[in-house]
Design a protein around this ligand. Structure first.
Ligand code: FEO
Length: 408
């Protein structure tokens, strides 16, 4: 938890959250920061609060205290996006300061009433509306719907060139006292880049088209600083995170990177034998790859590597005439997040009969995934040498296809 200066009259109040599932669903092994921003002109505004997880409002109030800002002196609460990780503290804030005004989109106002029954002093803003805080801090608002909820706006301070972008350009990963790209080493930036991929694929991926539209819309602003609701603030090179986000959005339809993700499960070790063989082949091919066993690996981890991978290998036994259930569940989630247009290959063991293909086809069709599969290899019980040889050949073909697509 810390307070740092972003720019003239602008401060970041960052609170880390660990040991939760984000949105009640996503594993965050490296935590996440919840960022609020204070803008001090003649009047004071706070951009986004933080959620009401135990202790967080108190932490935020302590940070305000460090800045010698009495919560009662905050005149405006700007809600860029009403999801409770940014607005969940409003009820606590109300107890201290009942007279603040809320600025948000019309859709946020509806959600604010639905979630917190809050309707007092709500000012709805739309594209191009402004708020003058004095001392030249004139704020502009722009709607970027569906990044990540339909209500989302960004706030732009024309004095400092700071874009308060909420979920856009965010990442997972705890904040440190040096939560700025200009204060971090290349290794630390790499860490946040990985966390940004995880964040993007888990939280924003399904909205990649709105992300592209938002980037187009904000492209004309003279942005000097990007200050997101999660992750680090970009002051030295704000363009980097914009380009990263554009690239992540482009991965939706494929191709992505020259990488392969293996998602596999095994009941009695038969499919696993073939997986071990595939790993050796990928090592020989010197292609970057990720290996995730289900159900042991969380959806969030699988999504993060599937999002950046152009090739996907599915390895599983059939189970009661269908796909191995945890693999089917993971694949459904990839479909919902719109992991489309991958080069793919499936293999695995069966005991009674096949049956995985029908369910696989149904999932692909249901989510319009458009994966280009090589002919699958299924073997009864234990894989024989001939099965392993066939699998090896298909995997080498997949590697070649991935490389050809990337280098096209
Ligand atoms: Fe960070 Fe969509 O909330």
């Amino acid at each position: 938890m810390n307070v740092t200066k972003v720019a003239e009259g602008t401060y970041l109040l960052s609170v880390n959250v660990d040991n939760i599932l984000f949105e009640g669903l996503w594993e965050i092994p490296n935590g996440v920061s919840l960022n609020s921003y204070i803008i001090k002109g003649e009047k004071t505004a706070i951009v986004d609060g933080v959620c009401g997880w135990d202790g967080v409002p108190e932490s935020l109030f302590a940070l305000l205290d460090e800045l010698s800002i009495a919560p009662e002196s905050i005149e405006y609460l700007i809600i860029n996006h009403m999801e409770p990780d940014h607005s969940g503290w409003i009820e606590d804030f109300k107890k201290i300061n009942p007279n603040f005004k809320v600025l948000c989109s019309k859709k946020s106002a509806e959600l604010l009433e639905a979630f917190y029954e809050h309707t007092d002093n709500v000012i709805c803003v739309k594209d191009g509306d402004t708020l003058d805080l004095g001392n030249n801090h004139v704020l502009e608002f722009y709607e970027i719907p569906n990044v990540h909820w339909p209500d989302t706006i960004v706030t732009f301070d024309t004095l400092t060139g700071t874009l308060f972008s909420c979920d856009a350009f965010g990442s997972f990963g705890r904040a440190t006292d040096s939560n700025y790209d200009d204060l971090l080493s290349n290794e630390q930036i790499d860490f946040y880049e990985k966390e940004a991929v995880r964040y993007y694929s888990n939280i924003v991926a399904a909205f990649s088209l709105p992300v592209k539209k938002a980037i187009e819309k904000c492209g004309g602003l003279p942005i000097k600083i990007i200050a997101p609701g999660h992750g680090i603030v970009w002051r030295r090179n704000p363009n980097k995170i914009v380009e990263d986000y554009l690239r992540y959005a482009s991965y939706q339809k494929g191709p992505a990177k020259e990488e392969i993700t293996i998602i596999w499960g095994s009941m009695y070790g038969m499919t696993e034998k073939a997986v071990q063989c595939v790993i050796k082949v990928l090592e020989q091919e010197k292609i970057r790859f990720h290996v995730h066993r289900v159900p042991e690996t969380s959806w969030g981890t699988i999504l993060a590597s599937a999002w950046t991978s152009t090739g996907i290998i599915l390895a599983m036994p059939t189970y009661e005439y269908k796909m191995f259930p945890p693999l089917a569940a993971a694949l459904e989630e990839l479909g919902k997040k719109k992991v489309w247009g991958r080069k793919a290959f499936r293999f695995g063991s069966y005991g009674w009969s096949g049956g995985a293909q029908k369910e696989l086809d149904e999932i692909m069709c249901k989510h319009c995934m458009n994966w280009d599969f090589l002919e699958p290899v299924e073997f009864k019980g234990n894989p024989r040498d001939s099965d392993l040889e066939l699998i090896e050949n298909r995997v080498r073909t997949l590697v070649n296809e991935v490389r050809a697509l990337i280098n096209k």
